[in-house]
Design a protein around this ligand. Structure first.
Ligand SMILES: [Zn+2]
Ligand SMILES: [Zn+2]
Ligand SMILES: [Zn+2]
Ligand SMILES: [Zn+2]
Length: 258
């Protein structure tokens, strides 16, 4: 069964001009597929010259509203046919994207991870959310101020953006997240890989430690989570650290490796 809204070759909604094979055949394809094909995909006749545009179907589709393909995921957006793909590429219900900002408690933020460049991501977290940066993946933070800042902001508490290497453009970007659970008095820390070079999928671990003066109080290792995992792990709090331990300690991470 052919869906009259979609090109039978690429299965995309007809967003632009529509062409038909011949006056008799009447089979239609989108302008992009028409440019790539020599013959009609249905009746195998060569396309007529000059090409025949199918204005009747264009007009019919112009009067219709199109639902987002992620309707079942919860999107109730409707638009004209020309806007369908641009919406898909910015739809918050597209499973390819993650609105990590929302998950972290910045509820107004519409920024989607999964489709943007490393530079855009860094710029976003730096300028929109005032995050600290650390370029060596070895850092030390004053825990009391972390605990305070997480509490004040009423969000999950993004702490810092981390880079495996400052010199290498393709090195992944990590986000360090701290969550305070005030009712039970625990803090949990997570590290999420928010960008990595296309085609690469490398697993990382992060080493956390809490020091007081010069002694090591606590040391633990967690997997670095991917964006897809982050949706679930943000609710999970894998390692809970009693707030009391943090009060006079220094918190840090000193290793990030495979
Ligand atoms: Zn097509
Ligand atoms: Zn045909
Ligand atoms: Zn949508
Ligand atoms: Zn944001």
């Amino acid at each position: 069964m052919v869906d009259p809204h979609e090109c039978p070759v690429c299965y995309q909604v007809f967003e632009g001009a529509i062409y038909q094979c011949s006056p008799e055949g009447g089979h239609v394809v989108c302008s992009s597929c028409f440019g790539k094909l020599k013959e009609c995909p249905v009746c195998r006749e060569e396309f007529s010259i000059p090409k025949i545009r199918c204005r009747a179907l264009e007009h019919q589709l112009d009067s219709q509203e199109f639902e987002c393909q992620f309707k079942n995921e919860g999107c109730d957006y409707k638009c004209k046919r020309a806007l369908v793909s641009s919406h898909i590429n910015s739809c918050g219900f597209n499973p390819k994207f993650t609105n990590l900002c929302n998950l972290l408690g910045w509820n107004e933020c519409k920024f989607l991870l999964g489709a943007c460049s490393k530079t855009q991501i860094i710029q976003h977290f730096k300028e929109k959310h005032n995050l600290d940066m650390d370029f060596d993946a070895v850092f030390s933070l004053d825990l009391q101020s972390i605990v305070n800042s997480i509490k004040d902001d009423k969000r999950n508490g993004c702490l810092a953006l981390l880079f495996a290497s400052s010199s290498e453009d393709m090195s992944p970007v990590f986000l360090l997240v701290g969550k305070v659970n005030d009712s039970i008095g625990f803090v949990t820390f997570l590290c999420i890989k928010i960008w990595e070079s296309e085609g690469i999928s490398q697993a990382y671990k992060v080493d956390f430690s809490i020091r007081r003066k010069h002694s090591l109080l606590l040391n633990w290792t967690l997997n670095v989570y991917t964006l897809q995992e982050a949706k679930h792990t943000l609710e999970m709090c894998p390692v809970n650290i009693p707030k009391g331990i943090l009060e006079n300690g220094l918190f840090g991470s000193n290793k990030m490796e495979v």
